[in-house]
Design a protein around this ligand. Structure first.
Ligand code: MRU
Length: 347
């Protein structure tokens, strides 16, 4: 992703060779600030406070957090406490546990002295893989967008609605839902993106900022406008990301995704979910079993004395999802199709 003309990732190793640097997403879109993480506590705080956010990036940040913990002490005690600390930061995105399980399986059998260097190698490998995975999702999704644009039969831009931020900022590079849009735009397919504001944390403004950096035409809308736009025929398709896909194809994503899927279904608008395999949880049978994060009431900014509940995610049933776009291709949101695409993950 290019920021002010310079190609960047969202997480990287500092110039000292061991600390970790991130883009502070709580400062965007106003300010582009870089934060240095020096301890596992720094990494855990960055995830909880949403300085780093988005399912794939949370997983990679946890991998680097583990490396920061093991750098000076690779003992079992430090490994276990770092796994517990990072694992409790956010509950919904399965990428977090996916990354920690993967690290544990590699690191636990090693001698303590080997764990520090090995954890840095693993975190770097996960970061590279995430960028590669997202690029593949981008290629597959861009082909789908090209096909959809061709079917319009005219040269007007393809109108795409997205919710939350499933872009470069939510991953190591490219994004999931936004990767197809970037690649389609780069290939000369005219696209315009309706960007849901995504209250209460306004991740839509991150999406608008990213799209602006890449030169993709877009318009921010309030969360409740999507239904009207779909009814008026002003949305050709929806494209969102996910924090966890259950085995049956149910999709957890940012609160409000479900309402968009309902409106899309009612209006015959295709509803696509971009899902890297690190976000697919074959251990969870249906969306009912996905833990949904409840965040602090003060995020709504309503002041004291107002009763508030703040669920951060919802579940869209598989029947409302037109298709999943993965790094191995497009499939129906259904157990058989997911199993056929990822046979090695079936338990
Ligand atoms: O609470 P957030 O901002 O971490 O939630 C992010 C989302 O819901 C994204 O849509 C999802 O993680 C997919 S990111 C590629």
């Amino acid at each position: 992703m290019r920021v002010d003309g310079r190609w960047r990732r969202t997480i990287w190793l500092g110039s000292d060779g061991w600390s970790v640097e991130i883009v502070d997403q709580t400062a965007l879109p106003g300010r582009f600030e870089i934060v240095r993480l020096a301890t596992v506590e720094d990494a855990a705080r960055a995830i909880t406070s949403m300085q780093v956010r988005g399912a794939p990036l949370i997983g990679v940040a946890a991998g680097y957090g583990l490396a920061l913990a093991l750098r000076t002490d690779g003992s079992d005690r430090v490994l276990e406490s770092a796994l517990a600390m990072l694992g409790s930061t956010r509950p919904t995105a399965v990428n977090l546990q996916w990354a920690l399980d993967r690290c544990k399986a590699v690191l636990a059998p090693l001698a303590p002295a080997e764990r520090g260097p090995a954890s840095y190698r693993l975190a770097a490998a996960m970061a590279d893989e995430d960028a590669e995975t997202c690029h593949r999702i981008g290629e597959t999704g861009a082909a789908l967008l090209a096909e959809r644009h061709g079917a319009l039969g005219d040269q007007r831009p393809l109108q795409i609605l997205t919710h939350c931020n499933a872009g470069w900022l939510a991953t190591v590079d490219w994004g999931t839902a936004l990767a197809p849009i970037y690649l389609a735009h780069d290939a000369g397919i005219p696209v315009h993106v309706w960007v849901d504001e995504t209250r209460p944390r306004n991740q839509g403004l991150l999406t608008a900022w990213e799209l602006g950096q890449h030169g993709v035409p877009h318009t921010v809308i309030v969360d409740n406008a999507g239904g009207l736009l779909m009814r008026k025929g002003r949305v050709d398709l929806c494209m969102v990301g996910t924090d966890r896909v259950a085995r049956n194809g149910d999709v957890a994503n940012k609160i409000g995704t479900y309402l968009k899927a309902l409106a899309a279904f009612d209006n015959g608008v295709p509803f696509y979910v971009a899902a890297p395999s690190s976000s697919i949880d074959f251990s969870v049978a249906t969306g009912h079993l996905i833990p949904l994060e409840e965040r602090r009431p003060d995020e709504l900014g309503l002041g004291p004395g107002v009763a508030v509940t703040n669920p951060a995610f919802d579940v869209t049933p598989a029947r409302l999802v037109t298709a999943l776009i993965t790094e191995r291709g497009v499939c129906r949101a259904a157990e058989a199709d997911l199993g056929a695409l990822f046979p090695e993950r079936v338990r």
